[in-house]
Design a binder for this molecule. Structure first.
Ligand SMILES: *Cc1c(COP(=O)(O)O)cnc(C)c1O
Length: 370
């Protein structure tokens, strides 16, 4: 046999630059199950109406509606949007990947802020484009830095607002300034996965930009406040020619029948959404204050508008020590050294008793009275 006979299919170099997703761990070192506060899931679960609608879909022998018609009509109704300008996806993850694939290729750059959502890097790599990270401003998005990083190769800009993993929020005026500074042939994707956690009068203006301009897509998800992460449903809205591109390359049956039914019912249960929002606002404020009180030990919360808090460890207590202590207390939270955050933990806001216990664990670790 010659060497040539032993050749094998090799992944493309730009694909081999991607590391497979490493989920947060859900069991402790001794094998006990941990309470999961590592994936920004809704601690209140799912709307009962959504759960019932999901279970009522009996026939799994038939393909789902490829156009998710009922669901798009419902989304249009709730958000005041034209259903023809909405496309649903297998989670917003699929849509973020399609946005990169549809509008960027091997000679292009895909731009986003440092410490933003990990999917953007993967989405850029997957289509052979070059991911470009703009510097942050103390963990928050810096519009000037993003605009300064735009080159004639930039074709897509991703902005998560509020951002994951930092929880930071870019106000409406700044989102507007970012859009105004981009060339009109650059696609701006405003990823609003946590938008429902904002207060009623808070709105980053992304939807308005998507309605008024030809180069803005907004993505939303049912995975976070709606509590349907397991069903994998997201949606995007924007100008018709943008939606047309995503429709050409999405999976034809990309949202399951149970997912479509559950999401439509979830939209009808806005009471569950407000209850989830209120719970989060209360517990996020309490937990943030508890971490702030440990400022003299080097703990620093990054102000969050999402359903999690990024806690920096800038003193003697390290993020790793805190991760282990929190794990010993029975909880899984997210350590993200792979995302350039070795000195931080991202902690999802759970039930009050759980947040109190984590706060007590941090106090004990700092040598304060728990
Ligand atoms: C969780 C999250 C999503 C949602 O992903 P799905 O695929 O819809 O579950 C999208 N963007 C950001 C920034 C997120 O944190």
């Amino acid at each position: 046999m010659t060497d040539a006979d032993q050749s094998r299919p090799e992944g493309k170099p730009w694909i081999m630059g991607i590391h497979a997703y490493v989920p947060g761990k859900a069991v402790s070192a001794d094998g006990t199950q941990l309470i999961k506060l590592s994936a920004n899931e809704n601690p209140l679960g799912t709307s009962e109406a959504a759960h019932a609608a999901r279970k009522a879909v009996a026939d799994s022998a038939e393909y789902p509606d490829p156009d998710a018609r009922e669901l798009r009509l419902k989304i249009g109704e709730v958000h005041g949007l034209d259903p023809a300008r909405i496309v649903c996806g297998t989670g917003s993850d699929e849509l973020l990947n399609l946005a990169a694939q549809g509008f960027a290729g091997p000679s292009d750059e895909v731009l986003f802020s440092k410490f933003s959502f990990s999917v953007y890097y993967i989405a850029a790599r997957r289509c052979g484009a070059t991911p470009v990270e703009a510097p942050d401003n103390d963990y928050a998005t810096d519009v000037d830095a993003l605009l300064a990083a735009v080159s004639d190769k930039t074709s897509v800009v991703f902005l998560a607002n509020p951002n994951n993993p930092t929880g930071t929020y870019l106000p409406r005026s700044e989102v507007k300034r970012l859009h105004a500074g981009l060339p009109s042939d650059v696609l701006l994707v405003v990823d609003q996965a946590y938008a429902e956690y904002l207060e009623a009068d808070e709105d980053d203006g992304g939807m308005e930009l998507a309605m008024a301009h030809d180069n803005v897509l907004v993505t939303r998800t049912f995975s976070k406040i709606y509590g349907l992460a397991g069903e994998r449903i997201g949606w995007a809205t924007g100008a018709p020619h943008l939606i047309d591109v995503l429709n050409r390359i999405r999976g034809p049956f990309n949202v399951t029948s149970s997912g479509q039914a559950a999401a439509a019912a979830a939209l009808d249960d806005q009471e569950f959404v407000s209850r989830s929002r209120d719970h989060n606002a209360q517990e996020l404020a309490r937990f943030t204050a508890a971490v702030e009180a440990l400022g003299n030990h080097g703990l620093r919360p990054i102000p969050s508008k999402a359903n999690f808090l990024l806690v920096l460890f800038e003193g003697a207590v390290t993020a790793e020590q805190a991760l282990n202590a929190i794990s010993d207390a029975g909880y899984a939270v997210r350590h993200l050294p792979g995302q350039g955050l070795p000195n931080a933990l991202r902690i999802t806001i759970g039930h009050r008793a759980d947040m109190d216990q984590i706060a007590a664990t941090l106090r004990a670790l700092c040598g304060e009275r728990a």
